[in-house]
Ligand binder design. Structure first.
Ligand code: FAD
Ligand code: MLT
Ligand code: ZN
Length: 506
């Protein structure tokens, strides 16, 4: 067993400030010339005058070169809009007044949270007005007894976590972007992350929410009841709707008790069969305390250790598994994890492994998994795929793509939420290449569809995956989704060009 060296601390905050966007990112409209601007109004002085009359000066940003660049470009540096206006409401009522006006004036709007989305959904495609929720960041109430937190949508996840911890509660979701992403963005994308295995997804944890519809109407679904069977559960429509049905302004979240004992193990494994065996035995032996089971392949490991210079306590292996337990009895949990480690080493399922002795070491082990996205982004352009596949086929797609792409990319790697059947297949090249893209898509989606998987397990469809919705959803489902969109947003002003292929008016 390796002993754990002192490892560097993780950095979990990602900024969408202008400073990050010195690199010239091609305009989306140029890169994808088949996208056509909808017949929306162009922003005029009259429109601007209205927004300035209902908001304070710092809530209306118009400086194209300084204020707006961070809002127009996504975290991946892969899409770029040309919005000339960012509005920063502070209340649900302000959101209502803005949308009512935009709807009446036929102005397209792109809602934006922390701008950490990975599918091009959070930035405008053309000149849509950006509605940034960042000033709506209040934690309204936290109740330890019921475990219910009520928050404004723009609250950054990490800030909410800190406050919950002070109340002996924790978040039911956790993700590498938590230093920047907002709870409203999480709800709008139905974010998954590293604790879904334990606490399920946001369709279960969100008890209620307030959403402002395209016409400015405020829909109050901010229930805090865990059980409520009075008709249709409309809040569910907004969870995962990616800003296309309404703007989420408040969320009531059911939060579990903060675990008093968190243990993290990191294992080196020689074959994918043994990865599956490790998962099986972990579920069997750790039972209710298992909170994460994440996979890292050698290429992803190589990327974080070489490009970000993170130290690994376990040497080179084809695969690594990061296991986390969360419970309430440190002795009991440590004994369980240690016995598992011993058993896996003894029967040869794993070859090397370590267990963090304190929270600093645990954080360092997590960095090896959570900073993969950042390491890959530093390599150049990333073709990012986030798929659900049956667990036995989890890694096959990476092998299939490597054989197909041969030496075209710099890297083709796989990592992800093994315990949830959610693979992150990532391919990198120095710069964006349409030749490489065409070799990957639609092949990759076709492959996933044949396994009856999902072409988007957690990141959503946004702009980048919208043309592939029917690889997972039936034509009848897509038809009813379109009808729902039409019902909620008849003028299609909310995040147009996203989720659905073509234009909604077709
Ligand atoms: P944004 O990126 O700003 O927006 C995302 C979408 O939601 C857009 O369509 C936008 O229009 C819409 N939206 C935002 N706020 C609102 C609102 N208040 N009302 C209505 N619509 C809104 N995702 C995962 O699921 N699991 C992970 O483990 C994970 N890890 C990540 C790690 C890194 C390093 C990064 C960069 C991203 C990761 N993501 C992950 C993706 C991303 O963080 C999530 O999708 C997150 O939920 C987006 O939140 P956001 O506030 O940044 O939203
Ligand atoms: C992750 O699990 O690390 C995120 O979903 C980001 C990514 O897919 O790279
Ligand atoms: Zn993920």
């Amino acid at each position: 067993m390796s002993s754990m060296n002192k490892l560097s601390a993780t950095i979990r905050t990602f900024h969408s400030s202008a400073a990050r966007f010195k690199k010239n990112v091609e305009f989306t409209a140029v890169r994808y010339p088949y996208l056509k601007r909808g017949n929306y109004s162009f922003l005029s002085d009259r429109h601007l005058g209205f927004f300035q009359s209902i908001l304070s000066p710092h809530q209306v940003l118009t400086d194209e070169f300084n204020d707006l660049s961070g809002y127009n470009v996504d975290w991946m540096h892969s899409v770029r809009g040309s919005s000339r206006l960012v509005l920063r409401p502070k209340t649900t009522e302000e959101v209502g007044a803005i949308l009512q006006y935009c709807n009446a004036q036929n102005i397209a709007v792109c809602p934006q949270g922390g701008n950490t989305g990975l599918v091009g959904g959070s930035v405008p495609v053309f000149d849509e007005v950006i509605m940034s929720l960042g000033l709506m960041d209040a934690v309204i109430s936290v109740d330890e007894l019921s475990g219910i937190a009520i928050v404004q949508a723009g609250c950054v996840l990490e800030k909410l976590e800190t406050i919950l911890h002070l109340n002996n509660l924790t978040l039911p979701l956790d993700l590498g972007a938590k230093g920047s992403c907002q709870i409203g963005g999480n709800v709008a994308t139905n974010a998954g992350g590293i604790r879904l295995l334990r606490y399920g997804n946001l369709h279960g944890s969100v008890l209620g929410l307030t959403a402002v519809l395209a016409n400015g109407q405020i829909m109050d679904c901010l229930s805090t009841n865990k059980k409520d069977n009075t008709g249709y559960d409309l809040k569910q429509l907004f969870i995962g709707s990616e800003g296309t049905l309404g703007v989420v302004t408040q969320v009531a979240l059911h939060c579990p008790s903060k675990p008093t004992s968190v243990q993290v193990g990191f294992f080196g494994i020689n074959s994918f069969d043994n990865v599956l065996e490790t998962l099986r035995l972990s579920k069997q032996n750790l039972g209710e305390i298992l909170s994460s089971c994440e996979l890292i392949d050698a290429s992803s490991w190589n990327c974080v250790t070489s490009l970000l210079k993170l130290k690994s306590p376990v040497n080179y292996f084809p695969f690594y598994i990061l296991l986390e337990t969360s419970g309430s009895n440190a002795d009991h949990d440590a004994e369980k994890l240690n016995s598992l480690l011993e058993m896996l080493l003894k029967n040869g399922t794993i070859v090397d492994g370590t267990i963090a002795v304190d929270s600093t070491q645990a954080t360092s082990l997590w960095a090896l998994r959570e900073r993969i996205a950042e390491a890959l982004a530093s390599e150049g352009y990333v073709y990012k795929y986030d798929v659900s596949v049956p667990i036995r086929q989890f890694y096959q797609l990476v092998d299939v793509m490597r054989a197909r792409l041969e030496k075209l990319p710099i890297r083709c790697c796989g990592y992800g939420h093994l315990g949830d059947g959610n693979l992150h297949l990532n391919i990198t090249s120095q710069e964006y290449s349409s030749e490489l893209l065409n070799k990957i898509e639609p092949f990759v989606y076709d492959w996933v569809s044949r396994q009856r998987g999902s072409v988007s397990a957690e990141h959503g469809l946004g702009l980048k995956k919208r043309d592939y919705i029917e690889y997972t959803k039936s034509p009848t489902s897509v038809h009813w989704m379109r009808r729902m969109k039409k019902l909620f947003d008849p003028n299609n002003i909310l995040n147009p060009y996203k989720i659905f292929p073509g234009t909604l008016n077709e």
